[in-house]
Ligand binder design. Structure first.
Ligand code: S3P
Length: 449
């Protein structure tokens, strides 16, 4: 009997996971899809640069597709998306065209928030922007506030805080923005708005968030300095961006599902190839190391300005830990799967300082607390985190992704170590960031052929 089966007849897919009674071990080597954050940035910077950008390894998930569609509507020529090679013919900064229709960012917060910075700084053009139901409930005030300080004109629902949004592009002025939250989307939005403005646009953040924008802007020719001591970035505009060759490494946020799966399933030994290990993203490796996981980095190298390695993970006992403070922005997207690791660890794991999870694609604290509890885990929801006491064996049950890609994949991994069948509803959400997730899962479970 196959371990994994997907009911594709439904408009919303149901995944059934039935682990064998004597357990499952994941062995071999796998490749993971391209980094989502880097894929968005490569498409956007390619679109506003002069000349051609050639992207290798682009993530083919729904989110980058939303970015590509929006920038095509804004006038950039983008070839058919495939992982080998995508060519973006840039139109140059300040040359975005006013589209005749609404720009739809789908489920993607990064698309909407980063794009807003570029559009707000496009004088004379009017833009309307929207997204799916999840995105229309996520706070946009965090990017609208600094943009308004720069002189932007933006309107939205609920006192200008929710999409759909309307933007009347303006000539902006540079600011030094002291951000109240450690958010790469906020930082990147302000920097992108600053690209076409003469003078210094600065952003200071309370803790370090992912720095892919800074790295890629420099590679495209922007005059930008980073002060790690004060966590400040200073961009001197106007910039002239030139198209580049970008190689997108594998997404550590996608690798995280396999890291945890192999760590918790006895007998596993998995090599995950070509994973981006930018230090602003490797909080998950630190957290799992603190839990006692056996993970080693092999073949460390640098590809197109980003550190990359192969990760080998072997199963072994995990223990509970406390995760909080400045570590949180460096593992923000991995908290759902770390909660799964915690449910399989001995002792209590406390996740704190993570209230930000309540405004992701779903309220990830509430959803993980409820859905892991449905599988028999001992979880207490905190205002800004979770308390998870592991050690009790999980049992199969009915769970739901709440249309959140990271929840879908985290629950599928949780089910692999549970006793009996788990049925996951709205499993198709995984395609936002990892279209091949279930195929890889089936292969690793030996369901092929
Ligand atoms: C992202 C930044 C993070 C992250 C998101 C992608 C980015 O969001 O959660 O999945 O590509 O800049 P915040 O900046 O809101 O923390």
């Amino acid at each position: 009997m196959p371990v994994i089966s997907l009911d594709a007849a439904l408009p919303s897919q149901q995944l059934s996971v039935t682990p064998p009674r004597d357990g499952l071990a994941l062995r071999g080597r796998i490749q993971i899809p391209g980094d989502k954050s880097i894929s968005h940035r490569a498409l956007m910077l390619g679109a506003v640069a002069e000349g051609e950008t050639v992207i290798q390894g682009l993530l083919l998930g729904e989110d980058p597709r939303s970015t590509a569609r929006c920038f095509q509507a804004l006038g950039a020529e983008i070839s058919e998306l495939n992982a080998e090679k995508v060519i973006v013919k840039g139109i140059g900064l300040g040359n975005l065209q006013e589209p005749g229709d609404i720009l739809d960012a789908g489920n993607s917060g990064t698309t909407l928030r980063l794009m807003l910075g570029l559009l707000a700084a496009q004088p004379g053009c009017f833009f309307s922007l929207t997204g799916d139901q999840s995105l229309r409930s996520r706070p946009m005030s965090r990017v609208i506030a600094p943009l308004e300080k720069m002189g932007a004109q933006i309107w939205g629902r609920r006192q200008n805080s929710l999409a759909p949004l309307a933007v009347q592009g303006q000539v902006l002025k540079p600011i030094h923005y002291i951000s109240p939250i450690a958010s790469a989307q906020v930082k990147s939005c302000v920097l992108l708005a600053g690209l076409n403005i003469p003078g210094e646009t600065q952003v200071t953040e309370p803790a370090l968030s992912r720095d892919h924008s800074e790295r890629m802007l420099k590679a495209f020719g922007a005059d930008l300095t980073v002060d790690p001591e004060t966590r400040s970035v200073c961009l001197r505009g106007p910039a002239r961006l030139r198209g580049q060759a970008v190689t997108v490494p594998g997404d550590i946020s996608s690798a995280a599902f396999w890291l945890v799966a192999a760590a918790i399933l006895p007998g596993s030994d998995l090599l995950i190839e070509n994973v981006g290990v930018n230090p602003t993203r490797t909080g998950v490796l630190e957290a799992l190391a603190a839990m006692g996981a056996d993970i080693t980095q092999e073949n460390q190298r640098e590809v197109a300005g980003e550190p990359v390695a192969d990760l080998r993970v072997k199963a072994g006992p995990l223990n509970g830990v406390t995760l909080g403070g400045d570590l949180i922005p460096r593992l923000i997207d991995e908290i759902p799967i770390l909660a799964v690791a915690a449910a399989y660890a001995q002792g209590t794991t406390r996740i704190e300082d993570a209230a930000e999870l309540r405004v992701k694609e779903s309220d990830r604290l509430a959803v993980m607390a409820r859905e892991l509890s449905a599988l028999g885990a001992q979880v207490t929801e905190l205002p800004d985190g979770l308390d998870i006491t592991g050690g009790t064996p999980l049992r199969g049950g009915a769970v739901d992704s709440y249309t959140d890609h990271r929840i879908a994949m985290s629950l599928a991994i949780a089910a692999l170590g549970a006793q009996g069948q788990t049925v996951l509803s709205q499993a198709e959400a995984a395609s936002i960031s990892y279209p091949d997730f279930f195929a890889t899962l089936a292969r690793l479970c030996g369901d092929e052929g």
